[in-house]
Design a protein around this ligand. Structure first.
Ligand SMILES: [Zn+2]
Length: 285
């Protein structure tokens, strides 16, 4: 059993092109297993390649992130004073092609990341929902869990967060059939109960170490440890004390430490239970 599982990372991305082996080795040396997440066709293919190359140290997922749906987007993302540039190229989701890729290796452990991103809807929220449903149906068909990205537009003035409302309603249509995780949870605590009832896990990144992220930190307390997953979302969102640097899977321990602190429980308990959760959901083989 690994000590920790980084259930969501992107060592398939450009910033790791030269040293992904060393980065994964650093995680392995600290007992950390890695789930490397695809976000469009090339990064999904590369995720599978890396998992096949470094067998047993890293697993793969395949899917189309909603930011890649409609147009070429360059976005400056600011989290607590740190700005990073995210580039996304447009792609049309082809379920057949992704199905073949998912079935090409036993090391593909999930479909995603897929989901809703209302930060960039351009009136096309329904198209995002349609493509999310295609991912869910693929996950059900292949008996693979879903890795779901969900982000709302900007700041909320009331306690309805539209993207999370829509996501919970959409997932309810597949209740009892779909399983997965809501990754990098940024909803308010109020939605958590709905996702838990649908059988979902909730993933937390280095954002939990940012003291300004009050809703996310409150959400950690609202998720029972039995349903909580650790992740880095590297290269983004490096936790304190590496904030602002390139993130990597080895830093998942800082997320674990903060979860232990927030829940006032021993770190070892967080390690054991979140690893058991990840193994249960992703069935690494
Ligand atoms: Zn991600």
């Amino acid at each position: 059993m690994p000590r920790f599982v980084d259930t969501h990372t992107h060592v398939n991305f450009q910033p790791f092109l030269d040293d992904y082996r060393a980065v994964i080795q650093r995680a392995t040396d600290q007992g950390i297993l890695v789930t490397n997440v695809g976000t469009q066709w090339e990064s999904s293919q590369r995720s599978v390649q890396i998992a096949d190359e470094l067998q047993g140290l890293v697993y793969a997922t395949v899917g189309l992130h909603p930011l890649h749906l409609f147009k070429d987007i360059t976005e400056e993302q600011t989290f607590g004073g740190i700005t990073q540039t995210i580039k996304a190229r447009a792609e049309t989701f082809d379920p057949k092609r992704y199905q073949q890729l998912a079935q090409s290796s036993p090391r593909v452990v999930a479909i995603g990341e897929c989901g809703l991103d209302y930060y960039h809807t351009d009136g096309l929220a329904s198209e995002q929902q349609r493509v999310l449903r295609q991912h869910i149906e693929l996950g059900i068909q292949l008996d693979l869990p879903l890795i779901i990205h969900c982000r709302d537009a900007g700041i909320h003035t009331d306690d309805t967060v539209q993207a999370f409302d829509d996501l919970a309603a959409l997932l309810s249509d597949y209740k009892g059939k779909v399983r997965g995780t809501i990754h990098c949870y940024t909803g308010t605590p109020k939605y958590i109960e709905r996702f838990l009832k649908l059988g979902f896990y909730i993933g937390f990144t280095g954002i939990v170490t940012f003291t300004s992220a009050k809703a996310v930190r409150a959400s950690v307390q609202a998720v029972p440890l039995e349903r909580l997953l650790l992740e880095t979302d590297a290269p983004y969102l490096a936790p304190v004390p590496h904030r602002g640097q390139r993130n990597e899977p080895a830093y998942v321990q800082y997320v674990a430490q903060e979860v232990a602190q927030l829940k006032q429980i021993p770190l070892e308990q967080v390690a054991k239970q979140t690893t058991a959760n990840a193994v249960e959901l992703f069935r690494y083989r």
